[in-house]
Structures are given as C-alpha cells and as structure tokens.
Design a protein around this ligand. Structure first.
Ligand code: 5AD
Ligand code: SF4
Length: 466
C-alpha cells in the first residue's frame, strides 16, 4: 500500500493505540504490530482517545478475559462516535488475538462498529488489511492459520529496541519460537485459537536474537504455547535444549528463559541444559493443573501426579537451586474434595516459588464445558485454600533469599529516586540503590529483605556506589 504522508515536521501522520490482554505472546505480538505499523506512518500513543487506530489484542483463555473485550469495545464505540469522521478519516477499531480467532462472527454481530477482526496468525498482513478497510468501509475479517508465513514476515522486520527506557533500550525481551498446541487438554481453547504446534526455523530465531542483542537486550525469554515441543523445521538445532545452547553463544545475551512448557515434552537434553548452560536461568514454569490422577486423566494431560513429581526431581538434580512455578485449576468438572486434597498434597511435596491458580471456567467448544459443573461456592473455597498454601510457599522462597548474594540484572529506574529495579535469576524483582549507568548490567546484590512481591538489597561488588 501507499505509505501515509508524514506531517510537516516529518512526524508520522497517524497514531495507533494497542491494548494487550492475556499472555506474554500477546505482549510480543503487540510489540511486533507496532513495529509493522511504523513504516506505514503510525506512531504509538498511550491514549486511545488520541488514536486513529485502536487495536485490542485479546485473550480467550477464561470467560472473564473474553468478556472484558466486549465492555472495552462498548467504551471505544462512544469514543469513535464522538470523534465523527467517515471513510478513510474514521477512527478504526481492530480486535486481534484469541477472541478474534474464536469469536470473529460474534464480534461482527455484537459490535458492528468494529473495522478489523484478525487472528494471532494473520497480523503480519495488518498494513494490507488497513488499506482494505479504508477502501471498502466495511468489516475486514482474517482468521486463517498461517504461522509459517507470519514467522517469515516477522523475520524481515527491522527491530528497534523493544521499548524505550531511561537506561536506553529495553534490557529484556520476548521472542516467539513456537506457536500453537496439539495437546488438547479438555479445558483449553488454545489448540483452537492458536492452531497446531508450529516451530520457527532456528536460523530466523538466531537472527532475531542477534538483532535484539545488538539493540541492548541482555535477557531473552523464548515464547511458545508449548515451547519445549520446539523442533527446528530446518533440522539446524535439535529441540529446545539445542536451540538454547545455540543462542547462548550470542555475545551480549547474558540470560535465557523460556515459557510455557508441558511436562510431557521435557526431554533429557533440555534437562541437561539446566546443568551445563550457565546462561539458562534456574527458573522453570511447569504447569501441572491438578494433583489428582483421576482429574489429570479427565483433563487429557497425558501424565499423572507421580510422573510429574519424578520429573521435577530430575530437573532439580540437574539444577538444585531451581525455582519452580506452576499453573493450577480448581473445580474442574467432577472434582471431589478428595481430588482437591490430592492437589494440595502435590503442592506440599513439590514446593513452588511462584504460581498461577484459577477456578475452572467452561469454554465454548471444549470437551469439558459439556460436563456436569462443580458449584461456584466450592470452587471459590478451594481456590482460596490453594492460594493460601501457594502464597506461603512463595513467601518462604523469597524469605530464603535474605542474607544471600544474588546476581541482579538491572532493568530500569526503581520506585524511589536513586533506586534501580532488577531481577534475580529466580525472576524476583529486586530494588537496589544504584547509579543509572548500571542499567543493562548484572551485579552481585546482597538481599536484605523480602516482601510479598519483591526483594530489597544492596550492591555487593567493589566500589558499590560507582
Ligand atoms: N479455566 C481455567 N483455567 C484455565 N487455563 C486454561 N484453560 C482454562 C480454563 N478453561 C489455565 C491453565 C493454563 C493457564 C494458561 O490457564 O492453568 O495452564
Ligand atoms: Fe492448553 Fe493444554 Fe495446550 Fe497448555 S498444553 S496450551 S493447557 S491444551
């Protein structure tokens, strides 16, 4: 399409506001959408009221997440109407992400003032979709699955530092290496909204990682719905372990992480990488969902409680200081008090440094939605009990850091003047009094105290204040 004309001072002629819901992959996708729109004249704005194009990048995982989209669209409708303008001059509204993928037709019916509806695997064609919407004045709806074409398009993009921070470019970044899921857990919409498991060529991933490192990124989190099912389609790197070792060779990248993994896809090489690749951080997000074998079977997880516990032990033998994180669902259809007790038992055995836990939410089109549901009261009670236990484990893990010296990667200014905020290897936020030039660098920090959401410490290297 024709690029939009720039304003008199050379500034881009139009503004885009992207609001992101849900997972880290949506955060990555939104950043890439902004980067795609820049060359055709759209600059990002924090205010939807100022924007010529507003995109909601949505999440369908639970009912609450999906419903938020419709209430936000109601609000944006009023903004759009107040602005007036017709045809190519109208304010454009777009719905992207998993709600767009799953409910395209429903959005068109419930929110006919929306201009663009596009799924997670078509956003690379956004410039062409906008041009069409300008020409045709009607809804443009694109929800094909075309992960490979998207990966190719992403790889051709020019990347600036992902986000501006006073220390220069961003210090940490996400990088999508895999998309989709073939596991079909009976509660989950992801296999329907993100499509089949597709891995991105290692060659492309390495090139993007190099661009990010050159822009100042020091820590990369590799993303995928089932990231440890990674298999290089070109055969250049075997599995996720091989890919991590390849990326660890890039100068400037100091830390590697990945999320989200499935217990069935933790292979020996990946476990070995925790032992022998120092750039791979000692943190593993490994969802289990339930500790009851009966529930795990009904969920179609493909593992039982004891095989999960044995797997955790293997990873901990490779990396004894591993911080483990997990996802849990309470009140899955048919869950009894005894099943729930088995979940508490598993949590007591495993001990989690952090966690995400949810009440089961029936999702349209998934097998479990049709089953007899657990009542809301029991779900709420179980969730509160589980969260209390997980909260205590988190507090214990954080308190266990007090008195230790941890390498902290500084990411930017802290809440108070003279402070920086950084991350420990275990993904804890750490507040430290330190000069701004430390941003982007790793320094030893003595941990002095632990709060519920962050740690506080002091520089522990020579010439600490310098
Ligand atoms: N209800 C509640 N939680 C869900 N999750 C996925 N689907 C549902 C659902 N229908 C949770 C799982 C998953 C995380 C991303 O969201 O715990 O690991
Ligand atoms: Fe959903 Fe299960 Fe796939 Fe995770 S592994 S994305 S929970 S279907």
């Amino acid at each position: 399409m024709e690029p939009l004309k720039n304003g008199k001072d050379g500034a881009p002629a139009r503004k885009v506001h992207i609001k992101t819901y849900g997972c880290q992959m949506n955060v990555y996708d939104s950043e890439r959408m902004e980067a795609l729109l820049r060359p055709i004249g759209y600059a990002p704005t924090a205010e939807p009221e100022d924007a010529d194009l507003v995109i909601l990048n949505t999440c369908h995982i639970r009912e609450k997440a999906a419903e938020k989209v419709y209430s936000e669209l109601g609000r944006l409708r009023r903004v759009k109407e107040a602005r007036g303008g017709r045809g190519a001059n109208r304010m454009m509204l777009g719905v992207a992400g998993c709600v767009a993928q799953a409910e395209g037709a429903e959005i068109a019916a419930r929110a006919p003032f929306v201009d663009l509806v596009f799924g997670p695997q078509t956003f690379h064609r956004l410039p062409e979709m906008i041009a069409r919407a300008h020409r045709e004045d009607g809804l443009v709806l694109e929800t094909e699955f075309e992960a490979d074409a998207k990966f190719d398009a992403l790889s051709e993009m020019t990347l600036e530092a992902p986000k501006e921070s006073p220390g220069g470019g961003a210090v940490t970044a996400f990088l999508t290496i895999q998309e989709g899921c073939d596991k079909f857990c009976t509660f989950c919409v992801v296999p329907y909204t993100r499509g089949a498991e597709t891995s991105r060529p290692a060659r492309q991933i390495e090139a993007e990682a190099r661009k990010l490192a050159a822009a100042g990124v020091r820590e990369l989190t590799l993303l995928g719905q089932n990231v440890n099912a990674y298999a290089d389609p070109e055969g250049g790197a075997t599995g996720l372990g091989g890919l991590l070792r390849r990326l660890a060779l890039i100068d400037g990248l100091e830390r590697l992480r990945f999320t989200t993994s499935h217990p069935r896809d933790m292979d020996d090489d990946l476990i070995a990488a925790f032992a022998d690749e120092p750039k791979l951080m000692p943190y593993l997000h490994l969802p289990v969902q339930s500790g009851s074998d009966r529930m795990l079977k009904a969920m179609n997880r493909g593992h039982d409680a004891s095989s999960y516990v044995a797997l955790v032990e293997r990873v901990r033998r490779a990396r004894p200081d591993l911080a483990l994180s997990g996802d849990f669902i309470v009140g899955f259809p048919g869950e009894t008090e005894a099943d729930f007790e088995a979940t508490l038992e598993l949590v007591r055995n495993v001990e989690y440094a952090s966690s995400f836990s949810f009440k089961y939410s029936p999702r349209p089109g998934t097998p479990a939605a049709a089953l007899q549901q657990v009542d809301e009261e029991a779900k709420a009670e179980r969730l509160a009990k589980l969260q209390e236990l997980l909260g205590r484990q988190k507090d214990d893990f954080n308190a266990g850091q007090v008195g230790r010296v941890a390498p902290v990667l500084f990411e930017g200014p802290g809440r108070q003047a003279g402070q920086l905020i950084g991350r420990s290897p275990y993904l804890q936020s750490v507040h430290v009094e330190a000069p701004a030039h430390r941003v982007g660098r790793i320094a030893p920090v003595r941990i002095l105290s632990a709060g519920p959401n962050s740690l506080a410490g002091e520089l522990a290297d020579q010439g600490a204040a310098a």
